[in-house]
Design a protein around this ligand. Structure first.
Ligand code: UGA
Length: 419
């Protein structure tokens, strides 16, 4: 097994995935240079300023003092380049591979004249067939350049932890030697139980399937929760009983207002679109997304049992980020709920411990205030399970809970979405 400690890694794209990859490899003792097109981000990171909400990353960044640049030419000083640019979704759900394509083209342009061997690693989430069909052709005439796929499985909030102690390492390769080099970077041996080596498109599919399965698990338990609500059963007790079965596992069975974030919705939608392009319509996955679209609106149905007309009522929102311990509001379930409330003529008063600045860009017209003021609204909806929401006084409020906050059960009127 070749170990690359004395070699240099370039990481292209310094979002959460790229920065975590860069810092993680630096912590493992490699020399790393981070490359990004945004000058302010590059300068900030070089000064040890963490542009993300990732807590662990900020501390580690100060420790490793990452070299950064906006100059693509810097890849020539490295032996391995990780492509970590974002792959956002198009309006129809398919992925926009343009940023990835452009980064790969720039990389190929630089590597044209390179005389020593270079490994290009596709780490971004790309639909199966992308590496073979779009990336490899860019390097076809370059004898010294080889390509591997190495999808990331980093959760926002615990990204560095996930990098340093991964559940699995998936490597897509067409050449054993390059795969060995890549594993060497992780200080991992080829026979480690959590390593899977496969071809490019299978590695790409594993990433999509993992996120689509997590999304399915959530929509499944939400569907069971919707049934439980009708039957007067607490779905959390049901999930607990199910979770004791190792084949099912207790994780990702927290029923509620649905899944958000940059990855689960986008990757599931992209897989649906990609499957359709092959002539297959994935029925389960379409329903997973549909249920996730409808789930937030159930909060309004429950609210209207207690306040039939929302016109001119003040409705409070606790939680704006897509999950706790994050300031990320992408695909937050608060978005469709607030849209629906405003459409019904309600006034919205919202609080979140971290995500207000990001949310203000989406909804400048609503009121932002403290959690206590939110609870003084005509009714309050809980959208994100921030820990501090367990320490509020709900006594005088009407609460519709989308995330099972125990303390909220002491509200004057309490409705759980699935319990
Ligand atoms: C997700 C995956 O969990 C990571 O493994 C993956 O690497 C990452 O996407 C990615 O592709 O980069 P993340 O988007 O950070 O990570 O968020 P999750 O922790 O998966 O949560 C997603 C959403 O599901 C949140 O809105 C959360 O509230 C919701 N959720 C999660 C539930 O509603 N119920 C659950 O039981 C679990």
């Amino acid at each position: 097994m070749e170990k690359l400690c004395e070699k240099t890694i370039s990481v292209i794209g310094l979002g959460v995935v790229g920065l975590t990859t860069a810092v993680g490899f630096a912590l493992k003792g490699h020399s790393v240079i981070g490359i990004d097109v945004t000058p302010e981000k590059v300068m900030g990171i070089a000064d040890g300023i963490n542009p993300t909400y990732e807590k662990g990353l900020g501390k580690a960044l100060k420790k490793v003092k990452l070299a950064t640049s906006t100059d693509f030419e810097q890849v020539l000083n490295s032996d391995v380049s990780f492509l970590c640019v974002g792959t956002p979704g198009n309006a129809n759900g398919s992925i926009n591979s343009r940023p990835m394509q452009e980064a790969a083209e720039q990389l190929a342009e630089q590597l044209k004249g390179k005389k020593s061997s270079h490994l290009v690693v596709v780490r971004s989430t790309v639909v199966p067939g992308t590496t073979e069909g779009k990336i490899i052709p860019l390097f076809r005439d370059m004898q010294e350049v080889r390509v591997c796929v190495n999808p990331e499985f980093l959760r926002e909030g615990t990204a560095l932890e996930d990098f340093m102690a991964p559940d699995r390492i998936i490597i897509g390769e067409d050449n054993r030697r390059q795969g060995d080099m890549l594993l060497g970077l992780y200080n991992c041996t080829a026979d480690s139980s959590h390593v899977l080596r496969t071809n490019f498109r299978t590695a790409e599919m594993i990433k999509y399937t993992s996120n689509a399965f997590l999304a399915t698990k959530i929509s499944f338990i939400n569907e069971i929760g919707n049934i439980c609500k009708k039957l007067g059963i607490d779905v959390y007790e049901v999930a607990k009983g199910m979770g004791y079965d190792k084949r099912i596992s207790k994780d990702f069975l927290r029923a509620g207002v649905g899944f958000g974030g940059f990855c689960l919705p986008k990757d599931t939608a992209a897989l649906v679109m990609h499957a359709k392009e092959t002539g297959y319509t994935p029925k389960i996955l379409q329903e997973v997304l549909q249920l996730n679209k409808e789930q937030p609106l159930r909060m309004l149905e429950l609210l209207k049992i207690h306040i039939p007309s929302l016109k001119d009522k003040t409705i409070g929102i606790l939680g704006l980020s897509f999950k706790p311990d994050s300031d990320d509001t992408r695909e937050s379930r608060a978005v469709p709920i607030i849209e629906a409330l405003l459409k019904e003529g309600a006034r919205v008063r919202a609080y979140d411990p971290q995500a207000i600045p990001n949310f203000q860009k989406l909804f400048p017209q609503i009121e932002y205030s403290s959690a206590e003021e939110v609870l003084a609204s005509d009714a309050t909806l809980i959208i994100t399970e921030w820990d501090e929401f367990n320490h509020l006084d709900y006594g005088n409020s009407i609460v519709i809970d989308g995330r099972k906050i125990e303390a909220a059960k002491r509200a004057k009127i309490y409705e759980g979405i699935c319990w």
